[in-house]
Design a protein around this ligand. Structure first.
Ligand code: G4P
Ligand code: NA
Ligand code: NA
Length: 190
């Protein structure tokens, strides 16, 4: 998606540790018009997949997931993050390890919101090591729902997540694919 790549080049900042800061349009201030166009693009890519729900993880996934859900005409569910809970009978829960923060958190979705027969589209803002997506795939399995695909706004193709999803066989569509953030410079795949 050229508009998104242009925005990354113009407004993104590369921080030490291969981190791309995009808090002026995606992760803190949200460019609502750009988010709408991202939703239109994901909806176009997955329009023939008979999707019944869009699923993401709070918090930064919610903006692109919501616009996608609007353009597909389906509900959005965001998994909630929390420390391990004791009362989980009514929840589908997966543990998500963050390499960046070196902590595990649980993410969960109330059982009422995923039902047999649902066909979900997973959306997230970033794909790095793929642990958040992996957690959502685990929840989909627990809930016995099918996964039509995964839509990512910004993929860091040089980290583990891309390969991990490829191995799972689930369709992956990333709107911007970053090959490298070396020397403070953004280089895209292709
Ligand atoms: P992953 O395995 O889920 O791919 O993520 P990882 O633990 O590597 O990264 C932890 C958090 O940092 C995730 O957000 C992820 O989206 C985000 N992240 C990873 N690389 C980058 C980057 O280069 N730039 C930015 N801006 N974010 C990055 P989170 O803390 O789980 O989610 P949220 O609370 O921000 O929604
Ligand atoms: Na994030
Ligand atoms: Na996210």
């Amino acid at each position: 998606m050229d508009l998104l790549k242009k925005r990354i080049v113009e407004d993104g900042t590369v921080l030490p540790g291969n981190v791309l800061k995009v808090d002026n349009f995606l992760n803190h201030q949200v460019d609502s018009q750009l988010m709408d166009k991202i939703g239109v693009e994901f909806a176009r890519l997955f329009k023939n997949e008979k999707i019944t729900k869009v699923v993401t993880v709070e918090s930064s996934g919610i903006a692109p997931a919501l616009t996608t859900a609007i353009h597909l005409g389906v509900p959005l569910i965001f998994a909630r993050k929390h420390k391990s809970l004791t009362l989980t009978d009514n929840l589908y829960t997966a543990s998500v390890y963050s390499y960046t923060k070196q902590v595990s958190n649980d993410i969960s979705v109330d059982k009422r919101f995923l039902n047999a027969g649902d066909r979900i589209l997973i959306i997230d803002d970033f794909l790095a090591n793929g642990q958040a997506v992996q957690g959502l795939l685990e929840i989909a399995k627990l809930a016995n729902v099918s996964v039509a695909g995964i839509g990512i706004v910004i993929e860091k193709s040089f980290q583990k997540g891309h390969t991990l999803i490829e191995k799972s066989g689930v369709r992956l569509e990333s709107l911007a694919r970053i090959a490298s953030l070396s020397d403070g410079k953004v280089t895209f795949v292709d």
